[in-house]
Design a protein around this ligand. Sequence first.
Ligand code: HEC
Ligand code: HEC
Length: 448
Amino acid sequence: MNLRILTPILLTVFLFACSKDKIYIDTPIDQLLEASLLRAAKDGTLSHFILPDNEDYSNIPQDSHNPITAEKVRLGKMLFFETGIAVDANKEAGKNTYSCASCHVPSAGFRPGSAQGIADGGIGFGRNGENRTKIDAYREWELDVQSVRPLSVLNVAFVENTTWNGRFGSKGVNIGTEHRWTVESGTHLNEEGLAALETQNIEGLDVHRMNITEEVLDGYGYRAYFDAAFGDFSEEERYSKKAAAFAISAYLRTLLTNEAPFQTYLKGDKDALTEQEKRGALVFFGDAKCYHCHKEANLGANEFYAIGVKDLYQTGKAFNTSKDDIRNLGRGEFTGNAEDMYKFKIPQLYNLGDAPFYFHGSSYTDLREVVEYFNKGIPENEEVPSSQIARQFKPLDLTPEQVTDLTIFLETGLQDPNLDRYVPENVLSGFCFPNNDVFSQIELGCGN
Ligand code: HEC
Ligand code: HEC
């Protein structure tokens, strides 16, 4: 081999070796942050906060009744966006116009791009879901809307009891709530002993007016995908809502923000966070004590607290909820226990920068104001008795610089920039997604 060919090869090998062996110099802030993280981690190791890789199925928390497989994920990834399964719409005008992702919009951090999610009965999309509103043909109570802002489904593999009040799942905090698992509360399926996610998603297909029909299976061609994913199911169950919910659950469990700068930092690249983000992380895991509550790998927790934020009806713009909606009682509405009244789940904190609606009632639209709300420690919802408010919710005395740093850490340090990897290129129906009404088709630039 002559030198003209060899030189570039040698150079490439040399550069590659250098970047692999990049030497990281620990600055004092890195040492301080590492010490705080080790103190904050339940098991005293940094790996407590490290999310699994989204393709490393064996390390993702899952239900033993529904092991994650590539075939299930492939099917679930389409069904979640498939407007072709939206067949049980309240009115003809809504049929095939919505999907799970109408309310869990990927570019909005798998939350809606608006204060309240609207699926059946909604029209429009905008850039991020912010334009969706009620269609004239539907009356308010005919819409598919809820009394709380849709939770993000990012990192949901780490959620043991799903929804803001944790009503799904037979284990964890729901042990002892068996008498509340009723058809009226929509939680009777807890009796099957599946994980919360699988349970909720079976129910969710009904709630959101979706079904697996012959048209879906043979018209669009999903039958082969169900066969590949659920060959071990009986014929009767193989093409059911249960199978669809299992596939969607497998897919949702892979929605991990493992490419966020904070994750890369935890895995050893000390340059992944800026100095300001590091200072913000230090506030989160130090002075502000956010980690006392936001303590699991998803920076949420399977615990419920009242921090006195407003309910969705108080925005004045929400459909089909009001002051006397008992769902405003949060966990207490489900358990019936006085001590649980007005308490809501501690949500995960990744990709909050993608859509400006915060808390269960979307009462804040600016992340810095959210941080200031915690810093002031004064409840804003007069309906919530002060006896219910979390002890930890009190003035924090953070400096304006600390507030800024903490905001930046949340906004950019916890931001996975590559959520597109979770969006399918197409769905088998060939329909527009996540919405397929006439306005959305135009806004989403769909085919015609
Ligand atoms: C009309 C809007 C809407 C649609 C459509 C929708 N969701 Fe949701 N989703 C919500 C709301 C609202 C919540 C919070 C519910 C609560 O707390 O009671 C939620 C919560 C969830 C959660 C729980 C997350 C957690 O951390 O506890 C999961 C999982 C979920 N949705 C999956 C789905 C799936 C799967 C579909 C499609 C079958 C779907 N959603 C369709 C609005 C929607
Ligand atoms: C007492 C436990 C507790 C502490 C301490 C706490 N949080 Fe929370 N946090 C919650 C709960 C509960 C919610 C949901 C409240 C609701 O919507 O009703 C929440 C919601 C949030 C949200 C909104 C997320 C979303 O999806 O809407 C952000 C952001 C947040 N917290 C950041 C912080 C920061 C930053 C700190 C530290 C300054 C902090 N939290 C301290 C319990 C806590």
